[in-house]
Structure formats: C-alpha cells, structure tokens
Design a protein around this ligand. Structure first.
Ligand SMILES: Cc1ncc(COP(=O)(O)O)c(C=O)c1O
Length: 384
C-alpha cells in the first residue's frame, strides 16, 4: 500500500479530468494564449478566460479579469506586498505565517523601511481579534495573513479580520494556500481586497499555477514588465488587467489543468469537500490521540481546522519518524519546519526542530489513516 499524506505541500492525485484536459489541450491545441490572431490562439485565450471565470465563481469575484495569473501563491504574495507597500507603511500580520508572507515582509522592512507588527497567536494557533484592532495606527496600510496554518491547520477568523480592515480603511491580503478549494471563500462577504491562491494544492491543478485577485481601485506596481501581446507600441506596461501583471508567455497548459480542477470542485461543491475533510480530520485526530507518546498540536475543535495535522512522538525525532514511515511503510508525510518557523515558536515545537506533518486531502480514506496509525504504534513499541 502506498499512502500520500502530503497534500498540504501539493495535492496528489488530481482528478482524472485534470490530466485529461491538459493532455488534450497540449496535443490538440498547444498554442500560446493571447498572442496570435488565428483560431487556435482564440480558442486558447477563451480556455484561459474560462479558468478565470471558474475561479471568479469559486471566490465570488464579480469581474474575472481582476484575477491575474502567477506561477504560484509565493509570486502572487510578492506581487501584492511589493506592488503595494511604500516606505514607512505599516503592516499587521500573524505569528503563524509561512515564509511566503514573512520573508517578503522582512525584505521590505530592511530595504524599504516598512514597519511590521506580528500578532502572536496562542499555542493552538488562535488569534485574539482585539489585538489586531489595537495594532492599527495612522500609517497602517495592510493586514496580511494566511487563512489557515500550514503547520497546525488552524483557521483564522478572517471574515472578522476583513471587517476590521474595511472599517479602518486599510487593505486586507489573504494567503489561501491551505483553504482555496477546501473551505468556502467569498471575497465580498469576507472583505478580501487581495486574494492570493496557489493552483496545485486544494484547487487540484498542476504545479506552476497560481494567482492574485486584485479588487477594483487597487493599483499594484507590477513585479515584472515585458511583452503582453497587446499595446505593443507603448514602452510601458499596459494599465488594463490581467495583461498589466501577466508579462511573458503564460503557463497555458497548466492553467487549463487548473480550470479543470476548479470545475471539478464546483461540481462536487466546496461544502461537500469540506464535510468529507472534516470527517477525515476528526477520525485522524481521534486515532492519533490514542497512540502512546503522541504530542498533538493545534485546536481540538475540528471545525476550526483544515486537514493539516502536526504531531511528534516522544523520544523520536520527527525526521526519523517521516523517514521510517516512507522507507518501511510507503507512507509520505513531511517533517521539519514546513517553511513557517514562527508558527513552530507559537505552538512550542521550534526547539524540537519542527513536527511530523500529515496533510489530508479529498482523496484520502479512513483505511489509509488506520494504516498510518498501525505504523506509528509499531514504531512506538520498538522504542519501548
Ligand atoms: C500557507 C502557505 N502559504 C504559502 C505557501 C507557498 O505555496 P507555493 O509554494 O505554491 O507558492 C504554502 C505552501 O507551501 C502555504 O502552506
């Protein structure tokens, strides 16, 4: 039996329709979108627009052209932060952040003199909403945070955070790497001004895809300039979206796959996907809590988490556990800091060098969880 529990890194497998649509497009069309004036180029452009439309439906975005494609969420977050923040701007973020937010902020602090307030979450990953409110100052420009932690799975109260940002007249940037496709997201209801997504995790698309929704009225400085296939006489980047932010040939085949992944999600329904994941998270947490010597991190309430479970086994190194699971049982998990060192300081696993992380996905089963538990119990017995 081969078991993949690293869906927090990237989802695998994808629905068959994703492989099929990519292969079909690559073989039968395969041309660049938004460049040529021949039929196949128009078809490719339409197919890319359809991916924008599906994403707009998923996130309740009125105008699909406000979604710009990037290669992953890291690039989307860099575009948002570097395109928005100027000298002396103040940003509020959290102690759970992935390096995708934390590192660009630190670079901007060093190079552009921006100011960062990092709100400390409690050891389960929960945030005190008043702390955010109290951190807002005259020069606060942005609240930037993840929707759910990629270390403990804790879901932040982002509707409330969006409301606070809106009331204060500042912007709200959300990193949806661990929630897009597996948890309902509505940019209007949640007051999200900048929504960053990655295509290859819960959205079930291939790697090399992601993007940013930019609310009307927000102008970001592009990360890159170059050919866009239009306005070629101008020596500067065009003003209109999405071309303003999509210089260079886009990942057409990947974005066709992303469209297929998002359509699959829309057909299944995010609520149904979430319900199934909650059942699996609940089952895994209950079973894991019965393994001798297990240290489980995060909120005990499954409704407040996504399918990311961090744990350690007393007396065993997380890297050894992950290595044994792979080499002796064919079970794939992650170990270490998961690109979020501050999150480990928050939950108390930094001194241990991190955790074993189980990333549950839509296609995992209870049988696979049982197999993991059996393996962990065997490892524990060997230690005794
Ligand atoms: C919360 C969070 N943000 C950002 C990222 C970065 O994603 P990507 O590598 O697709 O840019 C990840 C995934 O690793 C993540 O879990």
């Amino acid at each position: 039996m081969e078991v993949y529990f690293d869906n927090a890194a990237t989802s695998y497998p994808k629905p068959d329709v994703v492989y099929d649509k990519m292969s079909e497009f690559f073989k039968n069309n395969g041309v660049s979108a938004g460049r040529g004036a021949y039929q196949k180029a128009f078809q490719a452009e339409q197919a890319i627009y359809n991916t924008r439309k599906s994403l707009a439906q998923l996130f309740n975005i009125a105008d699909p052209t406000r979604i710009v494609f990037t290669h992953n969420i890291t690039e989307a977050i860099n575009l948002a932060l570097k395109g928005l923040l100027k000298r002396n701007d103040h940003v509020i973020t959290t102690s759970l952040e992935h390096n995708a937010i934390w590192r660009p902020l630190k670079e901007l602090e060093r190079d552009r003199g921006i100011e960062i307030t990092k709100i400390e979450c409690d050891s389960s990953g929960q945030i005190g909403i008043d702390k955010i409110k109290n951190a807002i100052k005259d020069n606060t420009k942005l609240i930037a945070c993840l929707h759910a932690s990629n270390v403990v799975g804790t879901i932040l109260p982002i509707a409330r955070m969006g409301e606070i940002a809106n009331e204060a007249g500042i912007h709200f940037l959300l990193d949806t790497a661990q929630t897009a496709g597996v948890y309902p997201i509505d940019v209007k209801k949640m007051n999200i001004d900048l929504l960053a997504f990655t295509g290859h995790k819960g959205l079930l698309g291939p790697t090399g895809t992601g993007g940013l929704y930019i609310k009307e009225g927000i102008d970001l400085k592009p990360l890159k300039e170059g050919g866009t296939g239009n306005n070629s006489t101008s020596e500067y980047a065009p003003k209109e979206l999405p071309n303003r932010y999509e210089a260079g040939t886009i990942n057409t085949v990947g974005l066709i796959g992303l469209g297929a992944g998002v359509n699959y999600i829309l057909e299944q329904g995010v609520e149904k996907i979430r319900e199934k994941e909650v059942r699996l998270i609940d089952y895994a947490l209950t079973k894991l809590s019965k393994v001798n010597g297990v240290i489980l991190y995060g909120d005990k309430n499954v409704q407040k988490r996504v399918g990311v479970i961090s744990f350690n086994l007393e007396g065993l190194d997380h890297a050894d556990v992950a290595y044994k699971l792979d080499s002796e049982y064919n079970i794939m998990v992650r170990s270490g800091l998961h690109c979020a060192p501050n999150a480990h300081k928050t939950i108390g696993s930094f001194a241990l060098g991190g955790t074993v992380r189980m990333g549950i996905g839509y296609f995992n089963t209870k049988e696979e969880i049982n197999y993991l538990i059996k393996a962990l119990k065997e490892m524990e017995r060997m230690e005794e």
